[in-house]
Design a protein around this ligand. Structure first.
Ligand SMILES: [Fe+2]
Ligand SMILES: [Fe+2]
Length: 204
């Protein structure tokens, strides 16, 4: 029987697909934030994206993909093949991540490399969410149990890598809500001042 692990922000554990989709949204949001930054100031955001993607790809490879391979291969060659494709895409993404992690802000290719990683991840996420996840929903897999294992492993890796769970990562809806409001209002300046984090998270 699986233990009922709570996430750090107290939410109930989700099924595998919900958890991974939430990671995808977080990373998309961070890539968007990176695009809005001026030269050099996006580096902490890019570094965080790299750390989160490293953890995300690792938990998928350790837990989800082996289960998916087994389950989907029994349903047909094409279904099984999509997991291998995803693994190859992870390998290329990891090369880009390693490149970014080795770069400094002086590097002329810094922004371009983050952009290429962003496009690459967008494509990969589209395939996971458009093809692999729907196939897994239809399969026999116990997605709740896999979600539990993904969550536990994710938290373990975050601790090992010293990666914190930021408030802004856990609340993707807030950005959508604030981006609808008119920019340049006094309340935004006030909320920026109130923000306890580095200030980047409060950008609008
Ligand atoms: Fe993913
Ligand atoms: Fe993936």
């Amino acid at each position: 029987m699986a233990r009922a692990t709570q996430t750090r922000n107290g939410e109930k554990p989700q099924d595998a697909i919900a958890l991974l989709k939430q990671d995808h949204r977080t990373v998309e949001q961070l890539f968007e934030q990176f695009e809005e930054t001026e030269d050099g100031e996006g580096i902490p955001i890019a570094q965080r994206v790299c750390q989160l993607l490293t953890i995300h790809t690792q938990i998928e490879e350790e837990i989800l993909y082996p289960a998916a391979k087994e389950s989907l291969s029994s349903e047909g060659e094409e279904e099984g093949e999509m997991v291998y494709e995803a693994e190859v895409e992870h390998a290329s993404a990891k090369d880009l991540i390693a490149k970014i992690e080795d770069m400094t802000e002086q590097d002329e290719q810094y922004n371009a490399t983050v952009k290429v990683l962003s496009e690459y991840i967008k494509h990969h996420v589209k395939e996971e969410e458009g093809e692999m996840f729907p196939a897994l929903r239809k399969s026999e897999l116990d997605l709740k149990e896999i979600g539990q294992r993904l969550l536990e492993r994710k938290q373990q890796l975050m601790t090992a890598m010293g990666v914190t769970e930021e408030e802004s990562d856990a609340a993707p809806a807030r950005k959508r809500a604030t981006s609808k409001s008119r920019s340049g209002t006094k309340s935004q300046a006030a909320s920026r001042a109130k923000s306890k984090s580095s200030g980047r998270a409060a950008r609008h």
